[in-house]
Ligand binder design. Structure first.
Ligand SMILES: [Zn+2]
Length: 548
């Protein structure tokens, strides 16, 4: 029994309780401390919350925990604020790992470099004898040194792959070392393979990191057979701290053969906690590197609208049988043309037998044409946002606004518009692209300001949402999006005891301080998957939050 808390059983509803009773991994009681006595016997473990907030465990509706866990062990460049600090981190990593044949790293930020285009010579000056391959924070660009390009055989003569770009010196045509989208694979396929053991440990580390942030359910937005196998191993050990919906990536070149492959993977790996029921379809790239598919040209490149990875007919040919097989379509859609393609495709296949009820997702949704906003609710498409991206950071001010122009820049990440239009809005982190912390995402959804920016004017204030809506994005709405609203998303008898305990009540905090709240306890089916040391020293912790 958890008692003495501020329990919010369902986010948009202000009804509050004090106590939650748990038995056999399920919620058996929600109510007052007084009534909880009836549920408390000599063998009951009672936890006194001293006013701490209890919410349904957070759902992350778009994350890559296996990649995140691997990144935690590699040369991690996340959040480094200058080119000098990035280079210093690469140098330190190379010196600390003298026997690794490749220097692999991730997480550098595009706005650190002019035109988001770092040069190989910067890396050559630090490491020239070994290949270096560093994936950008957004996963859509990579930066390689000269040695890595040589191993990959990339020269002036190498053509760009169909859905990729080798950045080149405008004067000489020589590759500069920056690779976009599918051009990344020219180098990445030369990397030493990740061993089964590394993958398993990476996933274990990634999921522990999720549990530490209060997450009890997640949608893995790109799990191949090897990753599904790692999940299954963890579940067999009893070491899976979350329930997982997995979306299996589908490649355009694969065509219709993808359908039987996905059916087979789903059959092989489906277990109680792991449901590989999704198909991940990558429709476009990102605006920052002008690879997102736009309806109208980029403002600074007349005639250039970015590339979609599918022709509409080819997309329909894939989407229709996947939907008929009951797969949840999970589209990566950033540009307004990619968004429209996904909605058009959903609309065309929606009425076919068997394809109802798959709850398709459109993830990211940076630019949505106003004509498409109302279609989400009508088509039953989930708007899957990464709310932490929705503030005016340098990705927006330096790399996005100039290439879109003022009109399109005035309606980015239209979360508020989609909520008002009745769409089901679910939230996710896209970790390790950006922070996994749901509290940061909740804060930015409410404030449209950077997590550490304090109080002040919001960026595109009409697109803010209120706190209950933001909580539902990580709670009940996400549970629906993951096809598990009968199991999780609210705190009520009969549901799984997936809960998060926070050290303070978010409703009593100024919005710009939501990110300071700490997770004290994460319960997954009644089991502790994370416990803050402060929880044992006395509750709730009063100190400020340290680095996590
Ligand atoms: Zn993603």
């Amino acid at each position: 029994v958890l008692r003495g808390g501020a329990v919010f059983p369902r986010a948009p509803d202000p009804v509050r309780a004090q106590a939650v009773g748990i038995a056999g991994g399920r919620i058996v009681f929600v109510g007052s401390d007084e009534d909880a006595r009836a549920w408390t016997g000599p063998r009951t473990r009672a936890i006194d919350l001293r006013g701490a907030m209890v919410l349904p465990g957070f759902h992350d509706a778009h994350a890559h925990p296996a990649d995140g866990g691997l990144r935690l062990a590699r040369c991690d460049l996340t959040g480094l604020a200058s080119v000098e600090r990035v280079l210093e981190a690469v140098r330190a990593y190379a010196e600390g790992h003298p026997s690794e044949p490749w220097i692999e790293g991730e997480g550098w930020d595009l706005p650190l470099f002019p035109d988001a285009n770092p040069h190989r010579s910067l890396l050559d000056a630090i490491v020239s004898g070994r290949p270096v391959y560093l994936v950008a924070a957004d996963g859509h660009s990579a930066w390689a040194n000269t040695r890595a390009l040589a191993i990959a055989g990339i020269t002036r003569e190498t053509p760009d792959p169909p859905a990729g770009r080798i950045e080149r010196d405008p004067a000489t045509g020589e590759p500069t070392g920056t690779l976009r989208e599918d051009a990344m694979a020219l180098v990445s396929r030369r990397l030493p393979p990740t061993s089964r053991e590394e993958r398993l440990e990476g996933l274990r580390r990634g999921l522990a990191f999720a549990a530490r942030h209060g997450i009890t359910s997640l949608l893995d937005a790109g799990a191949d057979g090897e990753t599904l196998e790692a999940y299954r191993s963890l579940e067999r050990e009893g070491a899976l701290p979350v329930r997982v919906v997995a979306a299996i990536p589908v490649r355009a070149a694969e065509g219709i053969a993808a359908v039987s492959r996905l059916v087979e993977l789903r059959r092989r790996f489906r277990t109680r906690l792991l449901r590989p029921i999704g198909a991940k379809i990558h429709l476009d790239g990102v605006i920052e590197s002008r690879t997102a598919a736009l309806l109208e040209p980029y403002a600074d490149r007349p005639g250039e609208r970015g590339g979609a990875r599918f022709e509409p007919a080819a997309l329909d040919a894939l989407v229709a049988p996947l939907a008929r097989e009951g797969f949840q379509l999970h589209f990566h859609a950033i540009g307004d043309r990619a968004v429209r393609m996904a909605l058009d495709s959903i609309e065309r296949v929606r009425l076919r037998p068997g394809s109802r009820g798959v709850r398709p997702h459109l993830a990211h949704l940076e630019l949505v044409d106003p004509a498409d906003v109302a279609r989400f609710a009508r088509l039953g498409a989930v708007a899957n946002f990464q709310p932490l991206w929705a503030y005016a950071d340098p990705y927006i001010t330096e790399l996005t606004n100039p290439v879109l122009g003022p009109e399109r820049s005035s309606r980015l990440y239209p979360i508020g518009s989609l909520v008002r239009a009745g769409a089901r809005v679910a939230f996710g982190s896209d970790w390790p692209v950006t922070s996994i912390d749901p509290l940061e995402g909740i804060q930015v959804a409410v404030t449209r300001r950077g997590p550490a920016d304090g109080a002040g004017p919001a960026w595109l204030p009409d697109e803010r949402v209120d706190l209950p809506t933001a909580l539902a994005g990580y709670g009940a709405s996400a549970a629906f999006a993951l096809h598990q609203e009968r199991e999780t998303g609210t705190i009520e008898p009969g549901k799984a005891a997936d809960l998060v305990v926070l050290d303070r009540n978010l409703f009593e905090l100024p919005a710009e301080r939501i990110h300071e709240a700490r997770v004290l306890l994460t319960l997954f089916e009644g089991r502790e998957t994370y416990r803050d040391p402060a929880f044992d020293r006395g509750l709730p912790s009063k100190g400020t939050r340290g680095p996590r």
